[in-house]
Design a protein around this ligand. Sequence first.
Ligand code: ADP
Ligand code: DP6
Ligand code: CO
Length: 332
Amino acid sequence: MKNIGRCRAHTNIALIKYWGKRNNELFLPMNSSLSLTLDAFYTDTSVTLDDTLTEDVFYLNGIKQDKTETTKINRFLNLFRETAKDNTFAKVESYNHVPTAAGLASSASAFAALAGAANSAWKLNLDKQTLSTYARQGSGSSTRSIYGGLVEWNMGEGNLSETSHAIEVDDASWDLGMIIIAINKQQKKLSSRVGMKQTVDTSPFYPVWVTEAKKDLIDIKQAINEKDFIRLGEITESNGMKMHATMLGATPPISYWEPDSVKAINKVKEIRNNGIPCYVTMDAGPNVKVLCRQSQMSDILNKLEESFTNDQLICSKVGEGIRELTDEEWSY
Ligand code: ADP
Ligand code: DP6
Ligand code: CO
């Protein structure tokens, strides 16, 4: 038997961040979050069920992965095996069109693509909402990559896994875009998973973060309803900074910033002060993301080119949700 499922998922950047789990096994978050799916970065993944295999095998960008990485995939695929009542092992081949583990949300596109491919391989026909609860258990942020546009990850209730899922809030077709300023594409030293747990466990600011994130989510949803770009940007920038402030309060303190992250933030402020609205957000890495109007992207890019090289600047439109890939589209 050789069933194959192939899927593409795009990364997403949170405007209201997820930073902390209330249940580490089920990946249930402390607060709901909201993101923008990006067109520019994505992962393509295939899952081939093969009953001659005696264990799962995992290739990332053509390279066979070690036991640690393969174990993560194996645990994740067990969710699908249990649902399908079929214990066949799989060969997983994945290609990241995004730097891996650099704070550019590779884990988000990775597990959304893997969930989509596994759903097809096992012919489960799970709907997107259910699929988002599966993706969540690979990496929290991947819950949101199931959908395109502006997506909310509802934190859900108690320890009820099925209540913590994504919803498409808005298709984001009102002139939104994002410029990524790549400061460092190397793998980070501290994974998001470890960084957020350390923050939850030790930062005295953590309870304040949760309260603030909840307020910010209400406000940003109102801004989205009103298509108020300025308000959207202001809340995004403020929420991201509050997340990083929370990390600084951890023991030992956590900072993903590099000197050029600060240079990028200051440059964006300068552009804004000169009359083009644009706002920064940062994740668990030194790279800076600039939320802007798509129609003003080239003007902003021109200004950013004064301080950064061309290959550091990546422009992205709004991305779509997961989709199956045909044989022709699988060109690896
Ligand atoms: P990022 O900022 O890129 O999301 P994380 O620390 O959250 O960084 O996650 C990176 C981890 O996600 C990698 O170390 C790897 O375990 C996993 N990952 C990344 N890409 C893939 C992929 N295509 N398939 C499976 N797992 C992946
Ligand atoms: C800062 O989803 O990568 O990007 O759930 O442990 O896999 P795990 O972590 P991950 O964390 C993302 C953190 C963030 C904010 C966000 O995307 O909401
Ligand atoms: Co991640």
